[in-house]
Design a protein around this ligand. Structure first.
Ligand SMILES: Nc1ncnc2c1ncn2[C@@H]1O[C@H](COP(=O)(O)OP(=O)(O)O)[C@@H](O)[C@H]1O
Ligand SMILES: [Mg+2]
Length: 270
């Protein structure tokens, strides 16, 4: 769905249409992205724009295609057809490594952290900083502390704590901090608060807002519309593989969003 249809001003800058109508000020743009798994059409002609410095909430019922969409962006599935643009330039993402090199970091529910290692070691997994072939622990520790501080993560007392000892919210914070330390420009999160209690959810939502305020684009899948309305600048709704609506959060109400999620259409203007 085009932005104009959701009431957002059509791109005022004249240069935007140089590449098939993709706005180069967008971090990520998808056009006509389709993904089949055999007979299942998980994504149908998805058009989506994700700006920097904002939180885009991706919502939809189970099976709507949300995870498939982010896996296409993360380089896990190649789309069957369609085009992806990064900062206005056409790109192909074949592997998670290619996504990471562009600056796309995905934080999955399982977080891919090692419980038996401390926070510093997890921050540097596979990217250990070496000084004359010796792991430079002091630098690694300082950068870890600074990154957490920059993200206003204040609940972690020591970066030498084992990840196994952290709460769910703290683990999310470490996974996100790791992405930020590696210069992620877009952080994608799949249901980051699904397993968390109230206060830890608040921590993670605060972290999401901090990321956006630092200019990072955030694309977050959530089932919890309270969370969505608390953090999102933009909303994108998927229904049976189709992106049925997207635009600024001000264009949506709780009830219009529920209607879009459950029926794919909204009966009256929000
Ligand atoms: N690896 C896969 N193989 C076959 N079908 C899949 C695979 N992954 C997802 N699907 C199907 O694609 C559709 C979208 O799934 P998914 O993206 O996981 O939805 P959501 O994350 O919104 O719940 C569903 O019908 C699902 O069964
Ligand atoms: Mg999913």
């Amino acid at each position: 769905m085009s932005e104009s249809a959701t009431g957002e001003p059509v791109n005022a800058g004249a240069v935007a249409d140089s590449d098939m109508g993709v706005d180069p000020s967008m971090l990520l743009s998808l056009r006509g992205v389709t993904k089949h798994f055999g007979a299942v059409q998980a994504l149908r002609q998805v058009d989506l724009d994700v700006p920097a410095g904002q939180v885009t909430a991706l919502v939809g019922d189970n099976g709507a295609g949300k995870s498939t969409l982010i896996k296409a962006v993360a380089g896990i599935w190649e789309p069957s057809s369609g085009t992806m643009y990064w900062q206005g330039k056409k790109i192909d993402i074949h592997t998670p490594k290619e996504a990471a090199l562009l600056g796309i970091a995905t934080v999955y529910q399982d977080l891919a952290l090692c419980d038996n290692l401390d926070i510093v070691a997890n921050m540097y997994l596979g990217f250990e900083s070496t000084k004359k072939h010796v792991l430079d622990e002091i630098t690694m520790e300082k950068r870890t502390q600074q990154t957490l501080k920059d993200l206003s993560v204040t609940t972690v007392h020591s970066v030498r704590q084992l990840v196994a000892s952290l709460s769910g919210g703290q683990r999310q914070s470490v996974a996100v901090a790791r992405a930020v330390m590696r210069d992620a420009k877009l952080v994608i999160m799949d249901e980051p608060t699904a397993a968390l209690g109230v206060s830890q959810t608040a921590q993670v939502l605060a972290l999401i807002k901090t990321l956006a305020s630092r200019g990072i684009g955030v694309l977050v899948i959530s089932h919890n519309l309270n969370d969505v309305f608390e953090v999102a600048d933009r909303v994108a709704v998927m229904y049976l593989g189709t992106l049925v609506s997207s635009g600024p959060v001000a264009n949506y109400t709780m009830s219009s969003t529920v209607e879009l999620i459950t029926t794919g259409v909204v009966s009256r203007a929000a």
